[in-house]
Design a protein around this ligand. Structure first.
Ligand code: ZN
Length: 312
């Protein structure tokens, strides 16, 4: 038995397989990413707490003797075990290594892969179908996000993808859809572009805000950042049915039908949901990078085809 294995046994540490499972569940809790394991990182303590490790187990050191250099290197036993577990997950392609993730996100983090995401959902007893609604990062989805937010903003943009095929329920299509959602809601900092609403579920797994197409999917609208807005559920609905639209200066304009709306319609208690959009002539909550703002060609299409202006 190796020195390291002896030490794991001596301090009655959890097995590597147990740590692997807890790591996958922790990755899910943390949106698919956790930092490299180092002293002072909260995640290191958090997972130690999951196992109820005592102070001896947390502070035990491994001593490696480097004879040539005549020095002894000390490393925390618990960190070593975490690393061994994460390394094993990486070998099984359930996570990407920090060096690999760095190339994608510029951050040294362990990140779930699609396969790891499936496994983490299973271990957390969350139905696999929830995958489409969770903003959890995965290596494959992050690749789509990177492409979407780093593409050159086109001058002559056509928000309609003429060659768009009926989306088949393939794995690739699902990853592309999730990449679209994630790129959009992240660009808008998880806020509704109209009201600024920002809230997630109590377990922090799901965001309320949605990625809305400006030219809808059914009209072959493109799945990219220039044909999108982040909107809360209510504003998403109101935008899709044409209650309001955006002008080229990104202020909102509301259908004239608001004047014939029965007085008890469009209210949440005292809050005038539709009329409030009309009075809100200030700028929207848009991404800080202007190249990610909705394209005027997409907004024009929405004004002409979806919005119920004065004459419709
Ligand atoms: Zn809203």
């Amino acid at each position: 038995m190796s020195y390291e294995s002896k030490m794991f046994e001596q301090f009655d540490m959890p097995t590597r397989e147990e740590v692997e499972q807890v790591l996958l569940r922790a990755l899910l809790r943390h949106g698919g990413i956790i930092k490299e394991f180092g002293s002072g990182e909260e995640i290191v303590d958090e997972i130690a707490n999951d196992f109820g490790l005592n102070a001896h187990q947390r502070n035990a050191f491994l001593e490696t003797v480097y004879r040539k250099e005549n020095r002894v290197k000390k490393s925390l036993l618990w960190h070593r075990l975490l690393f061994r577990a994460a390394d094993s997950l990486a070998k099984r392609k359930l996570v990407s290594r920090p060096t690999q993730t760095l190339k994608l996100t510029n951050k040294k983090e362990w990140m779930l892969t699609e396969k790891g995401f499936d496994e983490a959902l299973y271990l957390s007893r969350i139905p696999a179908a929830s995958k489409n609604f969770l903003p959890t990062k995965s290596y494959e989805v992050q690749k789509v996000v990177k492409k979407l937010i780093e593409s050159q903003r086109p001058e002559n943009y056509n928000p309609i993808d003429e060659g768009k095929k009926e989306i088949k329920a393939t794995r690739k299509a699902a990853i592309r859809t999730r990449g679209f959602r994630q790129a959009v809601v992240e660009a808008y900092s998880f806020r509704c572009a109209i009201c600024g609403m920002k809230i997630n579920s109590p377990d922090s797994l799901t965001w309320e805000v949605e990625a809305a197409h400006i030219v809808p999917h059914g009209f072959r609208g493109r799945d990219d950042i220039w044909n999108a807005l982040a909107l809360c559920h209510l504003h998403h609905w109101a935008f899709d049915v044409g209650w309001f639209t955006l002008r080229d200066d990104y202020t909102a304009t509301v259908s004239a039908k608001v004047h014939s709306l029965p007085s008890d319609f469009g209210k949440c208690g005292d809050y005038e949901f539709i009329r409030e959009i009309a009075s809100n002539n200030t700028r929207m909550f848009l991404p800080s990078r202007s190249e990610l703002h909705p394209h005027h060609n997409a907004l024009r299409w929405h004004r002409q085809n979806i919005f119920h202006g004065d004459n419709r």
